[in-house]
Design a binder for this molecule. Structure first.
Ligand code: TYD
Length: 203
């Protein structure tokens, strides 16, 4: 079982990843691999450092997409595929749909390139379910302020960029039945129950 979570920064997906992991471990007694992208292997974590380093101000969008995809290619082959083959549940905080939303809709790289690069990187490892947690930009900005966190290289992109990313996700959500669009403004417990219900329905 391979489950991914998507959405714009501060949508609340990391909280839900943790809650779903607890559900699988404590209530189902399953082995879970919990990863986040970019990252999850030695090589991928090094690539993550480059990607999120806000001292790097001149990264070309072509370099950006190839680095995200290189990180993912390593993660798929080193962690995700072997984990699934051993019957584990794999939950990933972001996966290739982030590339479609951020580099495709956000940065404007043509979707035909995105699809080809994504297929090459994931080698058939398509998630069984992808939860897209949707919030508006105002809510994302309020949460960002209240957390007082230092923005990374991706987060310093302007509001219009994130508006395109959000709309991209909403569009992607309509393209396939593996996507479940969730209202991220609902209460944490309600979102959690909705996610578990959906998982039960599909497995
Ligand atoms: P991270 O700190 O993990 O953010 P979050 O908690 O929101 O997931 O940083 C990852 C950033 O990289 C985030 O802004 C989204 C972006 N990203 C892409 O632009 N393309 C991708 O393919 C991936 C995986 C992430």
């Amino acid at each position: 079982m391979f489950i991914t979570f998507e959405g714009i920064d501060h949508c609340g997906k990391s909280t839900q990843v943790k809650l779903l992991e607890n559900y699988f471990i404590n209530e189902k007694g399953l082995d879970v691999i919990n990863i986040r992208e970019p990252g999850g292997t030695g090589i991928s974590e090094k690539i993550r450092t480059i990607l999120l380093d806000k001292k790097i101000s001149d990264m070309k969008i072509e370099t950006e997409i190839l680095l995200f995809s290189a990180s993912r290619a390593q993660l798929v082959r080193e962690v995700i595929k072997p984990g699934l083959e051993q019957g584990k549940v794999v939950i990933s905080d972001r996966f290739h749909d982030s590339t479609t939303a951020y580099q495709g809709y956000g940065r404007g790289i043509p979707l035909e390139y995105i699809n080809t690069i994504n297929s090459f990187a994931i080698a058939g490892c398509v998630p069984d379910i992808t939860f897209i947690i949707d919030i508006d930009l105002e809510t994302a900005e309020e949460r960002k302020k209240s957390k007082n966190s230092v923005p990374d290289r991706m987060e310093i992109a302007g509001r219009e960029f994130f508006e395109r990313v959000r709309n991209g996700y909403r569009e992607i959500a309509r393209t396939h039945k593996r996507f479940v669009l969730i209202d991220g403004k609902d209460e944490i417990g309600i979102i959690k129950n909705r996610i578990i219900e959906e998982v039960k329905k599909r497995f």
